[in-house]
Design a binder for this molecule. Sequence first.
Ligand code: 16G
Ligand code: ZN
Length: 535
Amino acid sequence: MLEVIRLNSSKHPKPESLEFSYGTAGFRMLAKNLDSVVFRVGLLASLRSKALNGKTIGIMITASHNPPEDNGVKLVDPMGEMLDQNWEVHATALSNCNNVEELCNCLEQIISFFKIDLTTCSKIVIARDSRESGLKLLESTIDGLKSFNTEYQDFGLLTTPQLHYIVRCSNDISFGEASENGYYKKLSNSFNNIFHYENENENGKENSTKICVTIDAANGIGADKIVKLRSYLSEYVQLELVNDKFMEPQLLNVACGADFVKTNQKLPNGINSFNLNTLFCSFDGDADRIVFYYVDSDKVFKLLDGDKIATLFAFFFKKMLAFLELDVSIGIIQTAYANGSSTTYIEDNLQIPVIFTPTGVKHLHHKALDYDVGIYFEANGHGTVLFSQNFIKSVTNYQSNNIEKKRSINILKEIVNLINQTVGDAISDLLAVLVILNFFKFKPSDWDSNYKDLPNKLLKVIVKDRTIFKTTNAERSLVEPKFLQSKIDQLVKSYNKSRSFVRASGTENAVRVYAEAQDPKSCDELADKVSALVQ
Ligand code: 16G
Ligand code: ZN
């Protein structure tokens, strides 16, 4: 077997001067440097599947919101979750082997460490986003898969969350049908049922007003998937698309998409500001993130980001659980980037506990499992809700003769299926937001009125060595370089309602500086002063 690897590996040599690392979201960099990496990821995915007795593992080729010339790859574990963190070091080690000898040694170490039986057949599902480099990288990944005894299925172009869904279904048939259509069927069934419960009047007749939203698909693969989903949805839902040119990959994420809108806090290309008080949203390139926004009556752009989505969900679940008198726990997981006003609102108004974790979905996801209803969102729009078995049991066994309670319990039962619990999913989050807005008959401004964001700023600072920045307290304080945190604390003290922190990026060679304060001028000043300290 190692002979085949030797032969195939020589076709995918590692670029000499580069060092790779399996970071927050897998490997990600200029696509032209990734050939050897994806080949080796193919090898590792095969081994991971064998180590789990042939369970299906996913490989997603994507660089999310990064520019068109980048690409990346990440592995998905059997229940649709991110790769087990204990395996990340092996991914990094394999990717950095300088020659075939080192590669074979490294593989042998992994095989003996995990006592892997090489005769077990591996099962892999693989997909990619719409980047131009995707096809070539797919072929190299498949070269890796073929080097071991592996059955694989190529799903072509998918969103990242669709692949997570398919991995989960492949290992757990109760989750749904392991296909792209299965995904649309599952989501649309729940959505249409909830919509029906929400709009049904006492006589059993449906009394619906049309709900409309315009989606900026970042010229990414989400556009294609929305077109497919549309045909399954109730006629009362109108999903308009802009930036839908996924077949022109050079346009991907350019002046549009969730990251552009969140970072620049303005409308993307393709959406004009004449439509006041109507709901817009933006996906990122692989449709695992979403942010919403609208232009208010004073023609001011208003962002409804991940914090606003989390608080909308929390408001909804809190109301439902109280009304049904269900005794289940609820918690919200945030990162340091969450706006301070959102945290205050959750703790003081909703009276729900907030837990902070480091950036990166895997950290938030893990913590959310501690609650019956665990809501996690990064401010950038990446998140979902997890439901415990205890919650599902409480909802399934609930008995009531009250019509309103029956309706509410039916909605809760369906929402468990509507929300993609494997990972943050722009499409599923969009549908969940729409049913919650419809439930309360909220306009965008009603949703936005729960709290007012503190002015905030995020700066990127290029430094010589970002690895010297070590943090603690869920990335909110620096422990190294020494004395830097006390200087930041001094600055923060001189501004009202202010907060600032510094952390090394996990995806770029840079350090990020975040600041928020009571007014925009103080916020800008604080961000600039902290950046100056870092440089
Ligand atoms: C990755 C993470 C995202 C996080 C971002 C932070 C996943 C799937 N994606 O894109 O959640 O917000 O990294 O990037 O975990 P940074 O470390 O460069 O600030
Ligand atoms: Zn993404």
